[in-house]
Design a protein around this ligand. Sequence first.
Ligand SMILES: N[C@@H](CCC[C@H](N)C(=O)O)C(=O)O
Length: 256
Amino acid sequence: MKLEFYKYQGTGNDFVMLDNRTKIFPKEKTDIISHICDRHFGIGADGVILIENDDFFDFKMIYFNADGSETFCGNGGRCAVAFAKKLNIIDSETNFIAVDGEHFAEINDTTVSLKMIDVDEIEVKENTIFAFTGTQHHVEIVDDLNNFPVLEKGGKIRYSYKEPGSNVNFVQQINNTTFRVRTYEKGVEDETLACGTGVTAVAIAMHKTNKTTSNLISLPVEGGLLEVSFTEEKGIYKNVFLKGPATFVFNGNINI
Ligand SMILES: N[C@@H](CCC[C@H](N)C(=O)O)C(=O)O
């Protein structure tokens, strides 16, 4: 079967987008998702995103990691908004549904600001923090992020969590409002160039542990710059917005 696809990236976190409004894609076949994401034998991506019709929202976003596991993805959500605009499903604002719930987003040229779920699951341990921002995130501060073995350490920590495991974010504080982040992503089983739910977890974790008093955080990642803002009420983080670029790269057809 020949499948039309669109490739997008958000700060280097890259996705194959499929317009599945006619439900042609066999989403139960995880080997097809892995094949599409394979950087040698397929198109190459961190994940696959399906856009489907929904009765109550502008569209439904379904995200699969490169290994076929399903979860939510922040950068993927921002790219889904850019793709929905390209398909003329939305204009400059949207409400869409994903596996973690409802999302509002605004798009201005290639900048997408995405409202994330409220974050109330935050566990502060001795030297680490765990937060659920639509998916699972471990956050840990390190001294020398440039030379940190993200793949080796991230891979071990990822499996120290019970199923489905956790993504692992290593952080270095630059100043009161800026934190540099490198992320090991479960489901990709590698370091990616950026992770939207990951930087969201980092921003909230840094505020929660008093590393910052700001509610607008800049997060340089390997593939660019992301921004997270929020309000906090009695330990619950609300109005959480993830902002950054979401860019169309190319489109084409693949045999699956
Ligand atoms: N890169 C994503 C997160 C993708 C999901 C993650 N690998 C998981 O399995 O939780 C993002 O931008 O949020």
